[in-house]
Design a protein around this ligand. Structure first.
Ligand SMILES: NC(=O)N[C@@H](CC(=O)O)C(=O)O
Ligand SMILES: [Zn+2]
Ligand SMILES: [Zn+2]
Length: 424
């Protein structure tokens, strides 16, 4: 048995000090104080913040196919280091999990190599690009958590509509990477004044929001749970808000980088600021924060997208889209949303744990209470620490947040009572 001593936990929105006793993978007692006994090992939490492990519904672990960027092992260790105990992994792998057989193999790999729970998205269509819809029914039966072609937009309404109908029939969410290829024109950052100043080709926000408008109409007809991946524009937030009011089953995620950075932060050609969708305008950023606050945007997801240092040493014109995020997400969000009083801690935990679990119907604990699985994360809210690349477990070093000073670094992480991370 393990006794976590003097942790702060959330209870009805407020922090209270508690001792938490864990046995055989479960929390067995939570009390203001529990006397240690001979058969208990004591873990002193020193007043750090204990929560059920966080959940990230959007990560790229690159394995198989691109293991120079990341592996399931390194990606899941990075997730543990970020305080996450459940993540959902994207299917832009090689091979793509677009058949029952490939999906089953992927689920087995995730289980074998993951140090935390790694759920798997199945592809919407073969190789993420085919117009014919994949075998969503049987992939759902084989354990796909949800479906997406993330990395690519679904270009035709007919493919999207069929995929939505198939996902609705098996009661699984369909997550959309919104990107109309006909509007991209080789863009590498948000279209606008800043792109013009830098002489870089721009991506219009319409490439995202026009496809979202299409999809919301289709989602209403299909009755699917439709999820918007990495929402980035003000118009998209407005569309989701209207769709929710109209009773359409839609949820949305926003990434930490779209909440914290805008195109104004791109002052030179910088590969660490190239991701898809691109950093948008300050007006868009403010709309994302407002949407997250009022619940239009349900959750925060990192879109952890590791690439090699060689790939990210190039110009924005050549470097691949994507930045890492799973090791820095909580601390950045805690520092810039909670400490700066945009939202309270309970709301942040709602957006990084409760909403992801509820929306994706996951089997993960959302409360520190007796009987719950001991998937736990402990965060130090009191001390500041600098984000440095050499502390990363991810193979990816492509984070624009290196050098930022944050509160809320992870102290320890447990999965079913087993400790999988301890801060050095
Ligand atoms: N977000 C990104 O910029 N890149 C992602 C793909 C994606 O999420 O669309 C990747 O796989 O690298
Ligand atoms: Zn995407
Ligand atoms: Zn992604």
């Amino acid at each position: 048995m393990q006794l976590i001593k003097k942790a702060q936990i959330l209870s009805q929105g407020a922090l209270v000090t508690r001792d938490v006793l864990v046995d055989q993978g479960k929390i067995v007692e939570v009390a203001p104080t529990i006397a240690p006994k001979a058969d208990m090992t004591v873990y002193p939490a020193h007043g750090a913040f204990l929560t059920p492990g966080l959940v990230d519904v959007h990560v790229h672990f690159r394995d198989p196919g691109y293991t120079a960027k990341e592996t399931i092992k390194t990606g899941s260790m990075a997730a543990a280091a970020g305080g996450f105990t459940t993540v959902l992994a994207m299917p832009n792998l090689n091979p793509v999990p677009d058949t029952v057989q490939r999906l089953q193999a992927q689920i087995q790999r995730n289980q074998a190599d993951g140090v935390i729970h790694v759920g798997q998205y199945g592809a919407i269509s073969a190789d993420l690009t085919a117009t014919e819809v994949a075998d969503i029914k049987d992939m759902a039966a084989a354990g796909a958590v949800a479906f997406t072609n993330d990395g690519k937009g679904v270009q035709t309404a007919e493919t999207m509509y069929q995929a939505m109908q198939a996902a609705a029939a098996v009661n699984k969410p369909l997550s959309a990477h919104l990107e109309d290829d006909s509007m991209l024109h080789g863009g590498v950052m948000n279209a606008g004044k800043r792109a013009e100043e830098l002489g870089l080709p721009g991506i219009t926000p319409l490439a995202e929001s026009s496809q979202l408008a299409r999809d919301l109409v289709l989602a209403q007809a299909a009755g699917v749970h439709y999820h918007v991946a990495h929402i980035s524009t003000k118009t998209s937030v407005e569309l989701v808000r209207l769709a929710k009011q109209a009773g359409i089953k839609v949820t949305a995620e926003v990434s930490p980088h779209h909440l914290l950075l805008s195109e104004n932060d791109i002052t030179e050609d910088n590969a660490l600021l190239k991701m898809n969708p691109p950093l948008r305008s300050e007006d868009d950023r403010q709309a994302l924060i407002a949407g997250l606050l009022d619940g239009t945007i349900d959750m925060i997801a990192t879109d952890h997208a590791p690439h090699t240092s060689e790939e990210k040493a190039q110009s924005m014109r050549q470097t691949p889209f994507g930045i890492t995020g799973i090791e820095t997400s909580f601390a950045l969000m805690y520092t810039h949303l909670v400490q700066s009083r945009v939202m309270d801690l309970a709301t942040l935990v709602d957006r990084m744990l409760v909403k992801p679990v509820e929306a994706f119907n996951l089997d993960a604990p959302i409360e520190i209470k007796a009987g719950a699985t001991a998937d736990l994360a402990l965060f130090d809210l009191e001390h500041q620490a600098e984000i440095t690349a050499d502390q990363f477990y991810s193979k990816g070093r492509n984070s624009p947040f290196i050098g930022w000073s944050v509160y809320g670094s992870t102290v320890a992480t447990w999965v079913a009572g087993q400790q999988v991370f301890e801060r050095n």
